[in-house]
Design a protein around this ligand. Structure first.
Ligand code: NAD
Length: 422
């Protein structure tokens, strides 16, 4: 097996999170010894997750959880099932969660979890066994006031329900606040499933108004999963025409607009977009280069890179995925006055904000209506959008640096106030 520390340092996603942090720390002029303290994850946990597969074999999966900082409250962050999961990727995602939670003023540090597996190849039974064993291995390190998980790529409400059940069985009573993004019946929040996508759509609409883009604007979305689907459906209500969508297997383009419900039904039936007849099939790489007003990467990291950053033809780049734009691509985008970036830690923050609402509701056993959830969510998103715009204008900096600076400064200030335990 590889040395996990080397794996962390050599991972390109981790390196990217560090480059972004270092550049923002330079801008904020954070003193050297405070910098290191803010940057390094507090806890890196790797566990072996043995699972009896349907064919009788025992397969051992690698499971990770990274808790970045515990200065402002429990850590919070999603759990990802994907063949690409590594400790470096998980650590980078945990770091971004920290800046995101601080940017939107939540009492959380960042965390992320991941199991290296291909969820598309697992049966439902194998997925349940994997989830329960991963949760059991994590019991010493998680808790409603320690670390709270949520869905991310490859996981969903059902996975959260199994996690909650495993943890609760161990505790001897129901502990709904151990995870967010669970079914409403088990203590989930109204609106959580749709929150990230609807938040993305709300912010895109703010940018559309800001730039005075006319109705019937064209939207292209990479990744038609939870976030991509709800962003698309919600944007249509704001007057958008979704001209391109994709998933892991295929990308579809239709200048006249894609029938979202038909696409979703096709995926339910065939588990992929492949073969969907509602447009022309193109490659994922080509999809990113089609002309549109709004481009939304909503799948994986590092898809906008130095090779395509100069070629994308959108007016708004709304980063629904975490870390979709590499550090090198960012330098190119900064030179392109024609592109308005809604950076990831702002763009997809609707998810963690409603997760926070869910945690609060679970701790109080007092549940809110969907109207209350979205009223509170949109007020926060509006405030933070305005704050990022103001910070960028005041210091003549790009939106990403502005958003990161607000988040990082809050974490650094909190660490300074709490002091250094000897
Ligand atoms: P999901 O598993 O529901 O959907 C992911 C989609 O991306 C699927 O359509 C999948 O086929 C596609 N995809 C995967 N690999 C791809 C590839 N290499 N090329 C093109 N498409 C690919 O996941 P999700 O919950 O919608 O998350 C999507 C992104 O949004 C992730 O970056 C995640 O970290 C981020 N995010 C999710 C939430 C949330 O609440 N779910 C919150 C904040 C951020």
């Amino acid at each position: 097996r590889k040395n996990p520390m080397n794996e962390l340092l050599q991972n390109p996603v981790f390196q990217m999170a560090c480059q972004q942090y270092d550049a923002t720390a330079d801008f904020l002029q954070i003193p050297q010894d405070e910098r290191e303290r803010c940057k390094w994850p507090k806890r890196l946990i790797t566990v072996a997750v043995p699972v009896r597969m349907d064919d009788g074999r025992v397969e051992v999966f690698a499971g990770h959880r990274v808790q970045h900082h515990l200065t402002l409250g429990p850590t919070k962050g999603g759990l990802r099932y994907s063949p690409e999961v590594s400790i470096g990727e998980v650590a980078a995602l945990a770091i971004w969660m920290s800046w995101k939670c601080a940017l939107v003023n939540l009492p959380f540090g960042g965390a992320k979890g991941g199991v290296r597996c291909d969820p598309r190849q697992l049966s439902l039974r194998e997925m349940e066994q994997l989830t329960r064993r991963y949760t059991a291995e994590m019991i010493p390190f998680i808790g409603t006031h320690t670390d709270v998980m949520a869905p991310d790529m490859g996981t969903n409400e059902q996975v959260m329900a199994w996690m909650m059940d495993t943890y609760s069985s161990h505790a001897g009573h129901s502990v709904p606040g151990i995870v967010t993004g669970k079914p409403v019946l088990l203590g989930g929040s109204q609106g959580r499933k749709e929150a990230t996508g609807r938040g993305v759509a709300f912010l895109v609409n703010r940018a559309v108004e800001h730039l005075k883009i006319a109705a019937d604007f064209r939207v292209i979305i990479q990744g038609f999963g939870n976030v991509g689907f709800y962003a698309a459906a919600s944007l249509r209500k704001y007057g958008a025409r979704v001209t391109g969508i994709s998933d892991y297997y295929s990308a579809i383009y239709n200048e006249k607009g894609i029938d979202l419900e038909a696409a979703s039904e096709h995926i339910q039936k065939h588990h992929s977009l492949m073969g969907f007849q509602g447009g022309d099939e193109i490659s994922n790489a080509e999809l990113l280069l089609q002309e549109c007003e709004v481009l939304i990467p909503a799948a994986i990291e590092r898809v906008i890179d130095k090779h395509n950053a100069g070629k994308i033809k959108c007016r708004i780049l709304a980063e629904a995925a975490n870390g979709p734009t590499t550090f090198e691509a960012d330098a190119i985008l900064k030179e392109r006055a024609d592109i308005f970036v809604i950076p990831d830690i702002l763009c997809n923050s609707g998810g963690v904000i409603v997760s926070y609402f869910e945690w609060v509701q679970d701790l109080q056993n007092f549940f809110w209506s969907e109207v209350e959830v979205y009223d509170r969510l949109y007020r926060i998103l509006q405030t933070v959008f305005d704050l990022v715009m103001k910070e960028a204008k005041m210091h003549q900096i790009d939106h990403r640096t502005a958003a990161l600076a607000i988040g990082i400064k809050r974490v650094a200030s909190a660490k300074k106030l709490r002091g250094l335990f000897p």
